[in-house]
Design a protein around this ligand. Structure first.
Ligand code: 13P
Length: 343
């Protein structure tokens, strides 16, 4: 069990990650994931390109106004900028908290192989101790839930919830704030109601497991999906419907002690993700900080503009900074679509 002092320390880090005008950048794409994104834009997936791209993001002037934390990948946390400083040092100097992705991807669930369970618990305490030395103050673990015929199964929900809670406990014992990320995927032609049902099931199971294992809820950040219609569904829920359904879901399942809920973007359109976050913060009436922890929602445009070329860095940074600013406004309920043109 953690003592009060340890819990207070974790709570302080968690609150700084989701400070009132800030959100989190997920820059922890694994090699195959960033490779897919680079290849689709004609960028070679080399170590130097991954390093140069992340340097472009992390050295964006003023980005610290909008970001409380950045999630790094194992390769990235060990890399340096062109001026010789470690990326972690650059972030710390800007007052941005460095974090690390610690899950090791997914494997098929044996009894329902079209579903996935997340790997990475083996040896986790040792890896966390190494990441503490490298400067990480928080971590991330993503579980994936698929909506389909007969899925998600209870077994998939239970096993992912159990592993997320075990990871969260290991993190807290290492003095690291866990981001717990159960992602209900956007894939499918289902209506938003099915996403609401699946999201409620996984969140309830997750909080039951977290409590069961004695994880300090004040010392974690929840990273859920928004409640959305499947991407191939004919009738897409409106911004207001998404905001209301998402808040309804969070309120039935998420304990008030949790300092922050930071959404993943999950393949939504960038502008819609911002508008939906804004709408929730305009509605208000919840006990958590409600913010973003986007990868694609912040990076789609800057990555495309950068395109692997030194001469595009400044324009890419402007696009990144603009998107981060709009999401910072959205997490305060102060965004409007007219601001999209102000770049
Ligand atoms: P997206 O915002 O692209 O969904 O990524 C968030 C993330 O960190 C996935 O683990």
């Amino acid at each position: 069990m953690l003592d009060q002092h340890q819990i207070a320390e974790l709570n302080k880090i968690a609150k700084a990650m989701v400070a009132p005008d800030k959100g989190i950048l997920a820059a922890d794409e694994s090699m195959p994931t960033i490779g897919k994104r680079f290849t689709s834009l004609g960028i070679e997936n080399s170590e130097e390109n991954r390093r140069a791209y992340r340097e472009t993001l992390f050295t964006t002037p003023g980005i610290e106004e909008f970001l409380g934390g950045i999630i790094l990948f194992d390769e990235t946390i060990r890399q340096k900028a062109s001026d010789g400083r470690m990326f972690t040092q650059i972030l710390q100097e800007k007052g941005i908290i460095p974090g690390i992705k610690v899950d090791q991807g997914t494997e098929p669930l044996p009894n329902s192989p079209q579903e996935k369970i997340t790997k990475g618990l083996e040896g986790l305490p040792g890896r966390l101790a190494d990441y503490v030395i490298l400067g990480a103050k928080f971590a991330k673990w993503r579980a994936v839930i698929t909506i389909g015929a007969g899925t998600p199964t209870d077994e998939c929900i239970q096993e992912n919830a159990k592993r997320l809670a075990e990871y969260a406990l290991d993190c807290q014992q290492a003095g690291i704030v866990p981001i717990v990320e159960p992602e209900v995927l956007l894939d499918g032609d289902h209506k938003s109601e099915r996403c609401e049902e699946a999201t409620t099931r996984i969140l309830k199971a997750l909080f039951a497991e977290l409590k069961n294992k004695g994880v300090a809820l004040e010392g974690l950040i929840l990273k859920p999906n928004m409640v959305l219609s499947g991407k191939d569904c004919q009738v897409q829920a409106s911004v207001k419907e998404v905001a209301e359904a998402t808040l309804r879901t969070l309120k039935v399942a998420v304990s008030a002690e949790v300092p922050g809920v930071a959404f993943l973007s999950g393949g939504q359109d960038d502008v819609l993700a911002t508008a939906r976050l804004n709408e929730m913060n305009k509605i208000g009436g919840f006990p958590w900080q409600l913010t973003f922890s986007f990868s694609r929602g912040l990076q789609n445009l800057p990555m495309k503009i950068w395109a692997g070329k030194q001469e595009n860095i400044e324009v890419a940074q402007k696009a990144f900074s603009h998107r981060a600013k709009l999401n910072s406004l959205a997490r305060q309920g102060k965004y409007s679509e007219a601001l999209e043109k102000e770049i």
